[in-house]
Write a protein that binds this ligand. Structure first.
Ligand code: PRP
Length: 218
């Protein structure tokens, strides 16, 4: 596979990037440079396959892809929904499975049923707003937090939170529970719309190999 231009991948830092690199390796795409844990480099190249990879904060992945700074991105669906960028969502990678939920103390259940004006803390203000305003038709005050969102109801910043639940242990250890489920989530591959046209052969080839590998794994 030798093409004149590099295809660039933006991967959300952390577990998703690790799983993505493992999956790519299974279809013969490796990046040895990335395996050097001591490296301070930000961008890694596979000269032979003309591929480049970089790691970024999850919420920045759709931004890089929308502007074409990366052709392809891998990020959680939560981030795709929250960022609402102009990108094509092309593949459900099947890992990174979790749920977007409204959570809080059991006592907050009533507040959700009676459409009270409550406070909702979340790292995902857009998803929270969309859920309460457009699906539940409940007017709420949304408070944006950047992490450890479970603190919201504990320190009485908010009545409930909208957050990701994976194993449920963070909720349990903090005396909170899932009150309502908004949607299931998983890792997704996204593509820049122009790249999808201009590099369609290479991208389609990559997608079909990934799909076949994912099918094998089921
Ligand atoms: C995420 C999420 C929950 C937790 C859920 O937080 O926001 O807090 O994981 O996982 P669990 O159901 O398996 O306990 P993350 O670890 O990304 O850190 P953050 O709270 O700083 O955002």
């Amino acid at each position: 596979m030798s093409e004149d231009r590099y295809l660039t991948f933006a991967l959300g830092k952390g577990r998703l990037a690790k799983r993505t690199l493992e999956l790519l390796e299974e279809i013969g795409i490796t990046c040895e440079e990335m395996k050097d844990k001591d490296s301070r480099k930000l961008i890694f190249v596979n000269e032979e396959l003309k591929l480049r990879f970089f790691l970024s904060k999850g919420p920045d992945v759709p931004t890089y892809v929308e502007y074409g700074a990366a052709d392809i991105g891998v990020v959680g669906e939560d981030t795709i929904l929250e960022e609402n960028r102009n990108v094509y969502e092309v593949l459900d990678l099947g890992f990174g499975k979790c749920r977007m939920c409204v959570c809080g103390p059991a006592s907050a259940k009533d507040l959700l049923q009676h459409h009270e004006r409550i406070r909702v803390a979340s790292k995902y203000p857009k998803i929270a707003k969309d859920y309460f305003y457009n699906q539940k038709f409940q007017t709420v005050d949304i408070i944006k937090l950047n992490g450890s969102v479970e603190l919201g109801p504990i320190v009485e910043l908010s009545d409930v939170i909208v957050d990701i639940v994976e194993t449920g242990s963070t909720l349990k250890e903090n005396g909170l529970e899932v009150l309502e489920e908004i949607c299931p989530l998983s890792a997704r591959m996204i593509v820049n719309p122009v790249s999808m046209q201009m590099q369609s052969e290479r991208i389609k080839d990559l997608l079909s190999k990934l799909k076949a590998k994912l099918k094998e794994g089921v």
